[in-house]
Design a protein around this ligand. Structure first.
Ligand SMILES: NC(=O)c1ccc[n+]([C@@H]2O[C@H](COP(=O)([O-])OP(=O)(O)OC[C@H]3O[C@@H](n4cnc5c(N)ncnc54)[C@H](OP(=O)(O)O)[C@@H]3O)[C@@H](O)[C@H]2O)c1
Length: 249
C-alpha cells in the first residue's frame, strides 16, 4: 500500500488560477491558522501557468501543491482522484470554478446554455458527489469529516437582467447544496454556500469606472471563506452572503 506524507489539511481549490479562487489561496497562505501546519493544496483550473505561479507562492510558504490543469466540464472528478493519490486524504473542497454567459434572454444560444450548465451544474454535481464520497469514507475527527464550500452567487437568490442562464445555473447549485446539507448533518460534513455579490475579477471583462468604484475585490469574498474554513467544529456556517456596501450592481 502506498504511504503518504502526513498532512494536517488537504484542500482542493478549483478556479484557483484567477479571481476569487486565487484570492482564496493567497488568503489561506497568509492566515494565522495555517502557521506551522502541514498543508497539501490541489490547485485546479484549465490554465497551467496560472497554477504554476500560485504553486511557487505556496511552496515558499512551505505548502505542498498538486497542479490539476483540467477542464472540469470534461474531467469533473479528477481533482478528488489526484488529491487522494498525492496526499491520501481530503479535508476541504473550495469550489470557485465557474463561468458566466450574459446577454438578452432572446439572444443567448444553446452553446451558451451547454457551456454554462456543463461547468456550473454538471461538473459541480459530479465533483461534489465524489468529494462527499471521499470524505464520508474517512474516519471523523472530533465529529467532523470535512467541509465543502461553493461560490454560488447572489444570483442564486434573486434575478438579474441579462442573467437568465447564469441565474438558472446558480439556483441549481444552491438547490444541490441545500439537499446535501441534510446528508452533511449526519456525516459531519459542513456545506457552505457562498453567495457572492459583484467582485472585480476577470469574469466581468470590461467594466465601467462607475461599476468598478462600487465593486468588491476578490479578497473581500475570499477572506470570510478562509475564516469559515477554520471555524470551530461545533458549528457549521451554512450561507455566507457578501455584497458590495452599496448593494448589488
Ligand atoms: N466575480 C463576481 O462578481 C462573482 C459574483 C458572484 C459569484 N461569482 C462566482 O464565483 C466563482 C468564481 O468567479 P470569479 O469571478 O473568480 O471568475 P474568474 O475570475 O473568471 O475565475 C474563474 C476560475 O475558474 C476557472 N474555470 C472556469 N471554468 C473552468 C472549467 N471548466 N474547468 C476548470 N476551471 C475552470 C478559471 O480558469 P481557466 O479559465 O484557466 O480554466 C478561473 O481560474 C464563479 O462560480 C462565479 O460564478 C463571481
Amino acid at each position: 500500500m502506498k504511504s503518504h506524507p502526513m498532512k494536517d489539511h488537504v484542500i482542493i481549490v478549483t478556479g484557483a488560477g484567477k479571481g476569487i479562487g486565487r484570492a482564496f489561496v493567497e488568503a489561506l497562505l497568509a492566515h494565522p491558522a495555517t502557521a506551522g501546519k502541514k498543508m497539501g493544496l490541489c490547485l485546479v483550473s484549465r490554465t497551467r501557468p496560472d497554477l504554476e505561479e500560485l504553486a511557487t507562492l505556496a511552496t515558499k510558504a512551505g505548502v505542498e501543491t498538486e497542479i490539476v490543469d483540467v477542464d472540469l466540464s470534461e474531467h469533473p472528478i479528477a481533482p478528488v482522484q489526484r488529491a487522494l493519490a498525492r496526499f491520501g486524504k481530503l479535508d476541504a473542497l473550495i469550489h470557485c470554478a465557474g463561468v458566466g454567459r450574459f446577454g438578452n434572454f432572446l439572444e443567448l444560444s444553446a452553446k451558451d446554455l451547454d457551456d454554462t450548465m456543463n461547468t456550473n451544474v454538471r461538473a459541480t454535481f459530479l465533483l461534489l458527489q465524489e468529494t462527499y464520497r471521499a470524505m464520508k469514507a474517512a474516519p471523523p475527527s472530533r465529529g467532523m469529516r470535512g467541509q465543502i464550500q461553493v461560490v454560488t452567487s447572489v444570483a442564486a437568490e434573486r434575478p438579474f437582467p441579462h442573467s437568465s442562464i447564469y441565474c438558472m445555473s446558480k439556483y441549481a447549485q444552491r438547490g444541490l447544496l441545500e439537499v446535501m446539507r441534510g446528508y452533511g448533518y449526519q456525516d459531519g460534513i459542513r456545506i457552505l454556500d457562498v453567495r457572492a455579490g459583484a467582485a472585480l475579477t476577470p469574469m466581468w471583462g470590461e467594466v465601467t469606472p462607475e461599476q468598478e468604484s462600487r465593486m468588491m475585490k476578490a479578497r473581500d469574498v475570499a477572506n470570510p471563506m478562509v475564516n469559515a474554513l477554520f471555524a470551530d467544529e461545533r458549528s457549521t456556517i451554512e450561507i455566507l452572503t457578501i455584497r458590495p456596501l452599496q448593494g448589488d450592481i
